[in-house]
Design a protein. Structure first.
Lengths: 239, 239
DNA sequence: CGATGAATTGACCGATGTCAAGTGGCGTGG
DNA sequence: CCACGCCACTTGACATCGGTCAATTCATCG
């Protein structure tokens, strides 16, 4: 257990390619916390004080608009972290993180993280890289929201989820987490109604198989095609 | 000139609160480049090799979608930088930067920047902070695109431009850069037609004054109100 | 077996993008 | 100095995607 934990640490992009010795120091500076399912791990609007890496369990990062509209920024699986915001002084979280299942996390204080960065500059560089990648994803999603129709956005969301949370089964790739139509809608930037329609149509075509709060991808290639092409005219008839 | 340059450096959030001595080293590691108006300073898709700070002149960062649709990510005024992407190895720029006017920039190579970060860890911490702030802005815009109607988005875009590029005149606050309806549309996530309609309506109401590729804000408070409230029912009649 | 919450489905509608036609101002070149 | 033409902008008509609401069905759990 202590072993797999160390592995997770070294895997996380913020702490990757650090010497064993350093990793131990980093590890020693953190405390472990347990969160029961559905807890809010951090709350939007609270002072941003900690950086955390999820060790086991899954969580989601979400944001609520002034009007109550909720969006999901990303799903967080074991090994992923959040809260680099805490290197800012006097800043608040702009999102909440909610445990989907029971979770275990390593927790560093913002100041601790800064001290680590100053002692081991590599960490700072790594952190910049992480943030750059994240910004690229954010811009990607902005562009998609602006230019792609709902069907494609949902397809892309599912593909992303497949990467992070997919699990092979003999029926296809199961998104291994409770995922209601509404969840998927909040993650795709649309409504649960539109998601329902899209998913239904796909399930008729055999692309996915749906259940209560569950999605299984049956035909990954087809889904990829949908994600790209403007619209899939799907009858293979005359050209 | 060498003085004001040093000031700009120290002002930039990536290099702020560094000792004089360090700033000189940082400065020495950069080269200066000139860009004529309308040049592409960096090109989307090219390998991300440099971090740059604009010393004088303005530029804009833009991204084109596969379908040719163009969006403006941000306007860059003197003192602002771009290209932290270059700390990634083997990564390409996901956007272009275009000089709006003739520009002068300080240019660091990606590897140079990494070396600086490893020597002066503060720089890494600062860079993380910059990226965190940027991510927050990106998420903000995503949320706005999803929840706010066009009029409000345009209003917010104008307010942001006012902060960065606004110049007091006796007519009001002039956005001090060539800014066509289309530019504003690409910055607000809409079309030049919608921008045209919105601007026209505002100019009738005396909120702004428009010209060819030019906008002057005449009533900042009013604009702020529009940016927030769902819609401004503007006849002050019966309750 | 009933209740609760998820999902489906249909009808409706509205904001906004698209397209086409027209206007006007500024600069260039005769 | 004037006239022409380009280009930014305006404006109207129209289409449509997708959001909203309401009614119903379904499935899972107690």
């Amino acid at each position: 257990m202590s072993d797999s934990l160390a592995d997770l640490l070294a895997d996380n992009r913020v702490f990757q390619s650090l010497p064993e010795q350093v990793l131990q120091n980093v590890r020693a500076a953190a405390i472990v916390r347990r969160y029961p399912a559905d807890t809010l791990i951090v709350r939007q609007g609270d002072p941003a004080e900690t950086f955390q890496i999820i060790i086991c369990g899954r969580a989601k990062m979400l944001q609520v608009a002034p009007d109550g509209q909720q969006i999901v920024l990303r799903y967080i699986e074991p090994g992923r972290g959040f809260g680099l915001t805490s290197v800012l002084e006097e800043s608040d979280y702009t999102w909440s993180v909610q445990a989907i299942e029971g979770c275990l996390a390593l927790v560093w204080h913002g100041e601790t993280l800064i001290q680590l960065m100053e002692r081991y500059p590599r960490i700072g560089v790594n952190a910049v890289r992480v943030m750059v990648l994240r910004t690229q994803e954010d811009q990607q999603r902005y562009l998609e929201l602006l230019t792609k129709p709902v069907e494609q956005r949902v397809a892309r969301s599912l593909l992303r989820l497949t990467m992070n949370l997919g699990r092979e089964t003999d029926d296809g790739i199961l998104i291994d987490v409770r995922l209601s139509r509404e969840d998927l809608a909040e993650y795709s930037g649309t409504t649960l109604y539109s998601v329902s329609r899209v998913l239904r149509q796909w399930s008729v075509r055999g692309v996915v198989q749906t259940g209560r709060e569950q999605v299984v991808i049956r035909d990954l290639d087809q889904l990829r095609k949908i994600a790209e092409s403007p619209d899939s005219i799907c009858d293979p008839g005359s050209p």
